[in-house]
Design a protein. Structure first.
Ligand SMILES: [Zn+2]
Length: 118
């Protein structure tokens, strides 16, 4: 996974790459285990194993040097067009702020997609 942070004036900046391969760990069962824990179908034994592996992964990450986790280099890249910035507007039902254009006009007012579906 990579992301470039660029100066809009000249296109100069840095490219930050997250070396996700550092997560290639010896625990092949981890993804399945995590699914079962999140679904709530894991046994007590599996939950313990999950927590043990999770701690081990966290520890392995914390002892790594920055350049083992990220690759950072100076770049000069063509700039993408400016992103359109939309106003945030409050949903008339749940009061959450929603991006303009993601609201629906209903009898109850301007509401978010979630509330419009109710
Ligand atoms: Zn809403």
């Amino acid at each position: 996974m990579a992301m470039s942070l660029l100066n809009r004036k000249n296109g100069e900046g840095v490219r930050v790459y997250f070396r996700s391969e550092i997560y290639a760990d010896p625990h092949k069962e981890f993804p399945d285990l995590m699914s079962r824990v999140l679904e709530g179908t894991a046994s007590e034994e599996e939950k313990k194993l999950f927590n043990r592996i999770k701690k081990e992964r966290e520890r392995n990450l914390l002892i790594k040097k920055d350049n083992e986790i990220f690759s950072i280099k100076r770049v000069k890249e063509p700039l993408p067009p400016m992103a359109r910035i939309f106003k945030s507007i409050k949903c008339d039902i749940c009061s959450e702020m929603v991006m303009e254009g993601k609201l629906r006009k209903t009898k109850k007012g301007m509401v978010c997609f979630s509330c419009a579906g109710k």
